[in-house]
Ligand binder design. Structure first.
Ligand SMILES: NC(=O)c1ccc[n+]([C@@H]2O[C@H](COP(=O)([O-])OP(=O)(O)OC[C@H]3O[C@@H](n4cnc5c(N)ncnc54)[C@H](O)[C@@H]3O)[C@@H](O)[C@H]2O)c1
Length: 339
């Protein structure tokens, strides 16, 4: 029997809806709900880092393997293989690059090889978006984006869908050039929103209803006394917020607690490692709130902390939707794999 693998490059994936944030939000919600139903397989992320420490990794790079299976309407297995080259920008290349392999869950044979670079940024934006939908104040108006990179863009793309009330965005980045590029691009995309480049993280965060941190920082730069009542703080990369921020939160919500502890990079994972956070301190996973088993925001005063490190099944969900569309519409290149 002949087996082909469908190859989909970044342009194909774009045409197939990988950058349709509304659709990605739906895929990500489905993935979180299937996780709570136990209809997924999410073995831990395997991190291949260069160097000994997180500081080395941030300079020299890493490649992570994130295998998984997602059930429900997706019913697909596969792996996300994501490289991070911190100096890539000098060559005009993206820092993060992703190849996704989709495997038929019955035969386990590979059926598709797809670029997943944009999916990775989109689905992380959508994770933040689902958190904003469930955990931010309904009338949230001011958002601080700390880290004006690829993720900083998709965080805003998702947030404005679930909170069209956002009217002001404070942008903070250690690179003035990146902050300016972000503001130029995003203010053209969202002309009704007022964009400000904040000179410090404090200026960006104080008074914000939603704060998202998506930087490469390995030293915390957000402090607890900057958080206003009723705010949502979303730590979506490494050790970016002080322990005090998590201690100040009335509620702690995560995407997947086991994965966070396994990855051991974000602030709350480091606290858990030091025994400062226990499993029972985690109020909810997003899927439990989506399922109605737990509540999201309970009142307008709560400070809520959210952390997500992501699992490969989020990417698989988006890629599977695009793959099925590609088969219907005859998009991509069929590679003869088994003859
Ligand atoms: N939680 C998840 O599921 C998930 C998924 C993908 C990426 N990430 C993480 O998100 C982060 C951002 O990814 P990206 O693709 O947007 O990267 P990027 O390189 O495109 O952008 C990062 C931005 O952060 C800025 N920055 C670096 N250090 C900073 C600091 N100390 N303070 C303020 N700004 C700083 C950089 O100047 C850059 O503009 C990475 O750490 C990545 O690992 C998380």
């Amino acid at each position: 029997m002949n087996v082909d693998i469908l190859f989909l490059n970044n342009k194909d994936m774009q045409a197939l809806g990988a950058e349709d944030m509304q659709a990605v939000l739906n895929d990500v919600e489905q993935a979180y709900m299937l996780t709570e139903k136990g209809d997924v397989l999410t073995p831990g992320k395997c991190v291949m880092r260069w160097g000994e420490t997180i500081e080395d990794e941030n300079k020299l790079g890493r490649i992570n393997a994130m295998p998984g299976y997602i059930g429900g309407e997706y019913d697909m297995a596969g792996i996300k293989w994501i490289g991070s080259g911190p100096s890539n920008y000098k060559k005009g290349l993206p820092r993060a690059s992703v190849i996704l392999v989709l495997n038929d869950p019955e035969t386990k044979l590979p059926v598709c090889l797809a670029d997943g670079t944009q999916i990775s940024a989109m689905r992380t934006g959508a994770s933040g978006g689902v958190a904003v939908k469930l955990l931010a104040r309904q009338d949230a108006e001011v958002m601080a984006v700390c880290g004006a990179g690829a993720q900083g863009r998709t965080q805003l793309d998702a947030a404005v869908i679930v909170r069209p009330s956002i009217r002001k965005v404070n942008v903070y980045d250690i690179s003035a050039e990146n902050a300016q590029r972000y503001v130029d691009e995003m203010s053209a995309k969202y002309p009704a929103i007022e964009f400000t480049i904040a000179p410090t993280a404090e200026a960006a965060c104080r008074g914000s209803d939603i704060i998202v941190t998506v930087t490469l920082a390995s030293v915390p730069f957000v402090e607890a006394d900057w958080l206003k009542k009723g705010s949502l703080l979303m730590n979506l990369a490494g050790n970016e917020v002080s322990y005090g921020c998590i201690e100040a939160a009335d509620k702690i919500v995560v995407d997947n607690w086991d994965t966070i502890k396994h990855r051991m990079a974000s602030t709350i994972a480091l606290m858990a490692d030091e025994g400062l956070i226990k499993d029972e301190d985690i109020d909810a996973q997003l899927g439990q709130i989506l399922d109605g088993k737990k509540t999201g925001r309970d009142n307008d005063e709560q400070i809520i902390f959210f952390n997500a490190v992501g699992t490969g099944i989020l990417d698989l969900a988006v890629a599977t939707r695009c793959y099925r569309k590609a088969l219907k519409e005859n998009v991509g290149i069929k590679i003869p794999y088994w003859r």
